[in-house]
Design a binder for this molecule. Sequence first.
Ligand SMILES: [Zn+2]
Length: 432
Amino acid sequence: MPDSSTDSSTWLIEGELLESTGSCHSRLRICSDSGTILERGDLDGTPDVVWPEGVIVCPGFIDIHVHCRDDPGGSQRHKEDYRSASEAAIHGGVVLLGDMPNNPDPPIDADSYRRKRQLADEKSLVDVVLYGLLASGGRPYRNDIPWKCYFGPSVGDIDSWGDSAVAEVLSPFSGRVVMFHAEDPAILATNTDRPTHEQRRPPEAEVVAIQTILTICKQLDIHPHIAHLSTADGLSVIEEARRCGQHVTTEVAPHHLCFDIENRHQFECGQWLQMNPPLRSATDRLALMQGLISGAIDCIATDHAPHSIAENDEGISGVPLLDTFGGFLCHLAREGVPWPVLIDRASTTPARLFGAFHDGVLGDLQPGTLASITVIDLREEWLVERNQIRSRAGWSPFEGVRFPGRVAETVIRGKRRDPATSNRIVTAQGTS
Ligand SMILES: [Zn+2]
């Protein structure tokens, strides 16, 4: 094996490595040309970076549910594009994101997919997996992407299916991974006159939708992934399906773990916390927290939706959360979730879910893995302020919150980035 320490494209990092299996003090040799971790252990050479005690070096975070809303056609340019979304991702320590398809030009066939892929490749500073959208008459036009199905309606001019049409739309997708927006449109339709957003989208809409989705996916041999789970009863339905042998995964968003209809007004931006599915009760929130710890909930995903405050005032649902991904994990650690569990839910398990859709291995810090790494500094608090937010949405639901730590550096395929600016950081050797 050649002596990589003399190769100018390699650099050496030393610090507390923290993975889903535990932590240890060690060194990593990284190649910025191949973008991979070459070696790990008690390695020779002078480190280019030594992270002190109180800083943890983690496998890069993966956010499988993001709305980048890149729209070169124009109507949504003010919201976000792949560049601004990726800058927010770097700020949050996210190295790979899954982009949702509810855009004006959704990826419904090979041509529309190619257009969107080109935009992501041109503009994004982080890796991007694109979801294909399930559309009427749609076919699985690629084997290497996950799919998104809007069982119930949400944001954007897209079709949602309900139980009358979803089986027909899903039937060509046997054997695939399909993420579901799980709210039952018939139940939503019977609640449109109710006074609050939360009442118009009640918990039973999610529970009934999950029951229907799991039944149909079992018949069609589809791997269902339930997006942004928000209710304790929905989680019970998923756990019961698993006990009966069904393979189903799910995720929880930061807003459903932190905010509820009782505590929302204790937060500076509480009035703008509108999303689909909406905030639930404190009981639901605590059940989701327990599900995250136990592993009943597979991963954390933001559902980052870059609407401005003015748009939220007008009633659009969704909140921007990419910038605060890493800071929020620090909050969860303070709330009692062990760090190895957080790394599993934010990196290792999402890496497994996205394994077939992405070039390169992620989720741990072993040789051969992509050198996409998130460094967290736990030595001081981060007071979240509006002027720090990199998303074009320009605000954060966590403004005024003090997270007990912050992202100190995000490494993307062997190249170091400053979270505050997204600029490249040059190592002592000048080649990272
Ligand atoms: Zn979403």
